[in-house]
Write a protein that binds this ligand. Structure first.
Ligand code: ZN
Ligand code: ZN
Ligand code: ZN
Length: 255
């Protein structure tokens, strides 16, 4: 299984437009963060979780020629805004793009992209096939995916476990039952917005506390704001098996 981290930034990305803080001005490429997303190559499938505003740029940067399905965590703009660009894959592969999301996200996609769902088959519009998922395991081809339902302030959001990999972003609260699903993972990619507390995201301390409980072999932190600090400085403060993720990072896991 190969995990490619497409983006690691919070909703505004890093650098933030018009910001002159040291992180936004940093020349280190690891301090440049597109909106959070990840690609998973597993069992001959190429899966993408979330299509934020930078989806097009991320597909071009990683030279992606095929996406088999898209999974959505939730409907916030920084996770869905790029969905229109799946058109390229519709044209290339002559098929609708399968999407997996919960009912709330599906309802929001229909409001955000009314032209896709109007029923009028205007030439060139994105073509999607929505599969509503609940908080129970489902399959894409032969691959089983375990949703993990958490709260993002008050909004239920889905994380996903695929074999020994867990992706969980935009989370501020997780129940004991959902935590169980994350145990024994080789890699957890987890939300950690910044050092100060936040209403709808884990801060660094909360993310580290959860990882201490779950004890994955390796963990990477994502959905990072410019307030977190410089990539290299923050990494130096972290335990050996936990790092801030960076855009373009690739991790290969044995299944
Ligand atoms: Zn977000
Ligand atoms: Zn800044
Ligand atoms: Zn969000």
């Amino acid at each position: 299984m190969k995990i490619t981290i497409l983006g690691t930034g919070t909703s505004q990305g890093v650098p933030v437009i018009a910001c002159d803080c040291e992180v936004c001005l940093s020349p280190n490429s690891k301090d440049k963060r597109l909106r959070s997303s990840v690609m998973i190559q597993v069992d001959d499938l190429n899966l993408v979780i979330d299509t934020g505003p930078d989806f097009r740029q991320q597909m071009l940067r990683e030279k992606v020629t095929k996406v088999d399905s898209i999974l959505f965590t939730h409907h916030h703009k920084d996770h869905v805004a790029g969905m229109d660009d799946i058109r390229a894959f519709n044209h290339k592969w002559k098929r609708d793009m399968p999407i997996y999301c919960n009912q709330v996200t599906s309802d929001a996609l229909k409001l955000e992209f009314p032209y896709i769902f109007s029923g009028f088959n205007y030439p060139g519009i994105p073509k999607v096939e929505i599969n509503i998922i609940e908080n129970k395991p489902f399959n894409i081809a032969e691959t089983t995916i375990q949703p993990i339902e958490v709260l993002h302030y008050k909004l239920p959001v889905l994380g996903f476990r695929i074999k020994n990999f867990v992706y969980l972003t935009d989370v501020s609260k997780i129940s004991v039952k959902e935590k169980e699903k994350m145990k024994g993972a080789d890699l957890i990619i987890l939300d950690a917005l910044r050092k100060k507390a936040h209403l709808s995201h884990f801060n660094l301390e909360q993310a580290l506390a959860l990882l201490e409980e779950l004890k994955p072999k390796q963990a990477l932190l994502t959905h990072i704001s410019h307030y977190m600090g410089l990539h290299d400085n923050v990494n130096d403060e972290l335990p050996n098996h936990i790092n801030l993720a960076y855009d373009g990072q690739v991790v290969t896991l044995n299944e």
